[in-house]
Design a binder for this molecule. Sequence first.
Ligand code: PHE
Length: 496
Amino acid sequence: MAEISRERWISRSSFVMAAIGSAVGLGNIWRFPFVVYANGGGAFFIPYFVALFTAGIPLMMLELGLGLKFQGAPPRALFKANPKAEWIGWWAALTGFVIAAYYAVVMAWCWNYLFHSFTLGWGVEAEAFFFKNVLQLSPGPGQLSGLVLPVLIGLVLTWIAVFLILFKGLGRIGKVVMVTVPLPIILIVVLVIRGVTLPGAANGVNFYLAPDFSKLLSAKVWLAAYSQVFFSLSLAMGIMITYASYLPRKSDITNNAFMISLADAGTSFLAGFAIFSTLGYLAYVTHIDVSKVAVGGPSLAFVTIPIAISKLPFAANLFGVIFFLTLLTLGIDSLFSLVECSLGAVLDRWGITRKKATFAICLAAFLIGFLFSTGGGLYWLDIVDHWINNYGLVPVGLAEVIVIGYIFGASRFRKIINETSEIKAGKWWEIMIKVVTPAILIISLVISFYQEMQKPYEGYPAWSTFCGGWLVVIGIVIIAYLLMRSGKSMKENVNL
Ligand code: PHE
């Protein structure tokens, strides 16, 4: 495909919105507030901002630069940086594809809860409702116990939505993100206002923000900050590379990188008030300590918050609807950004139409999602997520900084960034990319691996973590390599 035919964003703002939409996702609501709380409260903002400026933003600049300069989704962009690095691009895109397959299942749960909100269907036994009624959880990963119909229906809705948004191309994406990015942020503001006007809210917020500076001495806290930053900015999945590849060649990099990253951090900060004021209220009405009700992840979104919603003084259903609509609109643009990355890779490589490619990818991810929609699905989702986050994203990020920092050359790449950027990247950027980011990534890789060897993750049987964990992350690398090997067309297609 000639470069002239490359699709373009309809405006700079649609690119910025789409990138913010990818970054701002479920993680901002169910991960960030809890991570802050568990890692020193207000004091955590120090490691968080250090991580943002020493690794998050530099890597964001790198990814935007890769996409912009080389005008391709990850495999092509990395191929152009160094022909031997093409497989790293496939690695990123395939990792993103696997995440899409299970992220969509979480969205399916959200759909269910959106409908249950109208009647506060979770009743008084919210925990049993989530695990027994909605997920129909089996005793362990060995028992799949068949497909769970309500989840499957949610999954169908999710994939239809993603297909309809993506198949028409960037024009439609640009329009969709004008709604799906501001809407959840406005809804979060509504939830904050509701939250802080409830009794007990101040106590909850106090738990969120009260600084414990002694925690800053713990390496664990610093690692938590770096991993939160990477995850939240949707880095190392090739998304930012793909999105930037649709920008006109003269586009700014640094400014955009700062804008996207700070918008994401700001939304996380705001979401913390919504969550913790509500937890404060829950603690107040149930006479249970905030520390006992504070959890992260699915239990927060699908158990604890629903309980709090049921106990609201008025319009509980309305706030239920608002909360789950927030999750759906937060999640959808993160999900389609992941799919767009695989899609971009496929379109760069094989000259098929966008519509066909979108259909094939959505269908494939939908079918993989069946595994996560069974009675044992939650276990598999948890295992795959853990391995992908620790042994998928981290090594991909590491590979990216090594290729650019050492093989392509950090100073050469910095010049490329500065060619089109208003704010110039200083020498500091090279130090971050060559030293700080790789060091942090290696340390976190070693620590996770060490912990893995100490005890089985969440007590799952070894065969299940082998299949859902190691086999998946290693399988991806092998497929990525084979795709590169089979890829004569890449060379023919690329205009160097
Ligand atoms: N950045 C998203 C969030 O904070 C997470 C995400 C993960 C997005 C994977 C895309 C892909 O929720």
